[in-house]
Ligand binder design. Structure first.
Ligand code: SF4
Length: 372
């Protein structure tokens, strides 16, 4: 735990009304000013000659990094500072690694499958993070990051796997708590869990999903399964997004299936998850369409409306800025069903277009368009 200014102040002469109170030797006007600056690391603890040993120890402990980071050819594992993402953010997504046994026939095909695997979601493209080469005494050519097993085993990582799921889950939670809350050096290395090939794929998926949430820094699989990795990467992306940085896309007019001046027009905000949900539907419709994306600081439709990031004036301004009226002859804009209460307000502001209330959910768009 970091020390606050007040926690530091309690140990200084001014708090104890002792000799040297506010003596300014630290070049701060008061002990309180020094304490506040020290909490922000703007001064050194050695600047005050009257800091007691107890505070020195507490401060040193507070300065220690909770979890170390291990780097494998550019892949970072560990380095986490919090137990829960909402406290700040998680740092390095759980790495997903696959073992390739070079002594087994067919290993080249396995490497090819690993190289060919790729998933793009919410503007990010993911591949397998690491190949661990077993029984390998030569260089293997692959476009993916790889490490020989003997070198991997020398890394400062904790194998958190136990006899069963319950024991492993408890162990992972215990290790992370010791590292974060107690800054215990014995538990500060990143953790991994190993999945043998004999396990049922659904069991592996359920267990691995839990371990991504709590608290494996790396998962290693003997078997590779594209569907499993797609599922785990999707979950991982959700868990490891920074809650302080909303996922957003560029506000502009997006085109689907070569629209012309008579194509249908949808509108939404620039929250990435909303955008990709709607964009996916429009892409698969096989009907030419436009999607007007308004700037809303990456907020979803209702959040943007309640935070006044989506107003009738802003929507009108966006349409004008992108020259929609000049681009199309169609004079109807379909707004999200969640904004039905804004229809009149939008209509008053956007004179060139008729405002039509669309669906509340993206998956309903297909039926909605068929009935237009
Ligand atoms: Fe207070 Fe120490 Fe600074 Fe003197 S040197 S003002 S005792 S913090």
């Amino acid at each position: 735990m970091e020390l606050s200014g007040l926690q530091i102040f309690k140990y200084l002469p001014a708090a104890k009304k002792a000799e040297h109170t506010n003596c300014k030797q630290c070049k701060c006007p008061t002990c309180m000013a020094f304490a506040l600056k020290l909490a922000k690391n703007q001064v050194k603890i050695s600047d005050c000659p009257y800091v007691p040993d107890e505070l020195k120890e507490k401060f040193e402990q507070a300065q220690k990094l909770p979890q170390k980071t291990v780097e494998i050819n550019g892949l970072k594992a560990g380095g986490e500072n919090v137990l829960y993402r909402h406290e700040k953010t998680f740092v390095n997504p759980t790495a997903l690694a696959v073992v390739v046994d070079v002594a087994k026939t067919g290993y080249e095909e396995k490497i090819k499958r690993l190289e060919n695997f790729e998933i793009t979601r919410v503007n990010e493209t993911f591949k397998v993070d690491l190949i661990i080469l077993r029984n390998c005494n030569r260089d293997i050519k692959t476009s993916l990051r790889c490490i020989k097993e003997e070198d991997f085993l020398k890394l400062p990582l904790i194998n958190a796997g136990k006899e069963d799921f319950n024991a492993t889950a408890k162990n992972l939670i215990n290790i992370r708590k010791k590292a974060i809350q107690e800054k215990d050096d014995k538990f500060s290395d990143p953790t991994y869990v190993y999945f043998k090939s004999s396990l049922d794929i659904y069991e592996v998926c359920a267990q691995a999903s839990f371990y991504i949430c709590k608290y494996a820094n790396m998962l290693i699989f003997e078997d590779f399964d594209e569907a499993l990795f797609s599922t785990l990467i999707t979950l991982r992306q959700n868990i490891f997004t920074d809650p302080q940085k909303p996922l957003q896309v560029e506000p502009k007019i997006y085109e689907f299936n070569n629209p012309d001046e008579n194509s249908i027009i949808f509108m939404t905000t620039n929250f990435a998850l909303t955008f990709f949900a709607v964009a996916n539907e429009l892409e698969n419709l096989n009907v030419p369409s436009y999607l007007v994306v308004t700037p809303a600081d990456g907020m979803s439709v209702l959040t943007a409306w309640s935070a006044e990031k989506f107003t009738a004036q802003m929507a009108a301004k966006t349409i004008k800025k992108f020259g929609l009226a000049e681009r199309v002859k169609n004079r109807k804009i379909i707004i999200p069903g969640l904004l039905a209460h804004m229809q009149k307000e939008l209509q008053d502001e956007i004179e060139d277009f008729e405002i039509v209330v669309g669906t509340r959910e993206a998956y309903e768009i297909s039926d909605f368009v068929k009935n237009l």
